[in-house]
Design a protein around this ligand. Structure first.
Ligand code: FAD
Length: 434
């Protein structure tokens, strides 16, 4: 490719597509490069799609986007080895005209999104890995090189949307490789079942859906969570923990997944299913403190590559597509003013990001990743076991006077954590959450 582009977008995931679509819609000349056979072929997600953020990019997406089920119920499970204590929220309000959240299958969804990027006018080239960022003598990024050879491709700005394991930015010294405490490794399976079976098991009708987020002894004291999401004809099920915890314990994500599937609360939901797909992927979980430099001369970084992921709320794709959109808006504004893509001008991206929910949310939880990491044994092992025991003690009717039961429950907590430990944990959690 000999021509020069206004922008090159590296990667066609949620962030890259959000950026490329917005740039092309604004009339910029855009080249998007994706290493996968097609957009989505390499991407992994649970996956919940948050409508609001996609509506801001493609308002009428519901007309033809491949959506699975709209969510009417969310369950949070705190698990021990044989039980779960649940908080379930189901509302008829979610059966609204324009539903708020859907389950999706990324391979299909990204393909659709990529089609929209092409329709908007961007040149999308797949099966092409960007191997190097081209910098001028002053370090300004002026283009890329790919594994197809053919020399350099030039652009005013390069949008790095290469995902959490992207190496381009790190190789060029623009950001560091994420620390093992800042990334989780997640594994996921797709369990196929007849549609009616899924609807019966989860009490659903039509295209209603349920998601279950699960934490507790399933992660064996490591910082991590499991999930179960309903699609039309399959259930996505997975689990992920911090890479540093896997390194420390020597456990593998596959072992955790097997245990999760065999849990008495989970096994009946997937009984008789056929597993057709298996995937593993990293998730950035370092939060606000792990966000790298977001812009420089001739470049911006968006989505997972920029650690823009809210692990507390299990939100990633919405931050990815929104950061892509915001980066594109910033680039468009600089371009409209006919100014160069210098670090100073591109700092507008960071300013806009700070005004958005992305940085506000990540800042709110800035101390949570460290707390969950340091206290993982307590939060993911001790407390789930204690809460489960307390609930069983509460509901089991065995002639023990209730006052005795309350004393037993209190004693189980204080002997496991002591009064100081309990108050300390509550204080630390409240402080990190606020
Ligand atoms: P990616 O989607 O990873 O896309 C990066 C793209 O760049 C890929 O297509 C890749 O092939 C391409 N690429 C990389 N390097 C190069 C290169 N050198 N040249 C060319 N192309 C390149 N988020 C949610 O909102 N809801 C969920 O339910 C949810 N569940 C999740 C469950 C799991 C198991 C995982 C792993 C993640 C989940 N997430 C969820 C997070 C979400 O998937 C990510 O936040 C989101 O995919 C990030 O988008 P991205 O575009 O930044 O990166």
């Amino acid at each position: 490719i000999d021509e020069k582009f206004d922008a090159i977008v590296v990667g066609a995931g949620m962030a890259g597509n959000g950026a490329a679509y917005t740039l092309a819609k604004r009339g910029l000349k855009v080249l998007q490069l994706e290493r996968g056979e097609y957009s989505g072929s390499k991407n992994v997600q649970g996956a919940i799609l948050y409508s609001d953020m996609l509506e801001k990019i493609i308002p009428d997406f519901r007309e033809d986007a491949p959506l699975e089920r709209h969510l009417v119920e969310q369950r949070f499970w705190m698990m021990d080895d044989r039980s779960h204590v649940g908080l379930h929220y189901r509302s008829e309000d979610f059966n609204e005209e324009a539903p708020n959240r859907y389950t999706i299958i990324r391979a299909q969804f990204d393909k659709w999104f990529s089609g929209k990027v092409r329709e908007a006018g961007a040149l999308v080239v797949c099966e092409t890995t960007v191997t190097e960022l081209v910098q001028d003598a002053y370090g300004k990024v002026i283009g890329v090189k790919t594994d197809r050879g053919g020399g350099q491709i030039h652009a005013d700005v390069v949008v790095l949307a290469e995902g959490v394991s992207g190496l381009l930015g790190t190789r060029a010294g623009l950001r560091k490789i994420p620390k093992p405490t800042d990334v989780a490794l997640a594994v996921k399976e797709m369990h196929f079942l007849p549609q009616e079976t899924i609807e019966d098991r989860f009490l659903l009708k039509g295209d209603e859906g349920v998601v279950i987020e699960a934490a507790g002894t399933i992660s064996e004291g490591m910082t991590g969570m499991g999930f179960i999401y309903t699609n039309k004809e399959c259930i996505s099920l997975g689990i992920g923990c911090l890479v540093s915890d896997f390194q420390k314990t020597g456990r593998s994500p596959y072992q955790l997944l097997e245990t999760f599937k065999q849990h008495p609360s989970v096994a009946p939901l997937i009984a008789g299913s056929e597993v057709k797909e298996y995937a593993a992927h990293l998730i950035p979980e370092g939060g606000y403190k792990a966000i790298p430099q977001l812009f420089g001369d001739g470049w911006v970084v968006v989505g997972d590559a920029a650690q823009l992921n809210n692990a507390i709320h299990r939100e990633g794709s919405n931050l990815a597509m929104t950061s892509g959109r915001i980066a594109a808006e910033a680039i468009f504004q600089v371009k409209s003013r006919k100014e160069p893509m210098t670090a100073q001008n591109l700092s507008l991206y960071k300013t806009l990001l700070e005004q958005s929910f992305i940085i506000k949310d990540l800042k709110k939880y800035k101390d949570m990743p460290q707390l969950l990491h340091i206290q993982s044994q307590n939060f993911f092992l001790t407390y789930p076991q204690l809460v489960s025991k307390a609930m069983q003690n509460f509901v089991r009717v065995d002639g023990t006077p209730k006052i005795e039961k309350e004393k037993m429950t209190l004693k189980s907590f204080t002997s496991a954590r002591s009064w100081a430990g309990l108050f300390g944990d509550a204080f630390r959690l409240a402080r990190a959450w606020r």
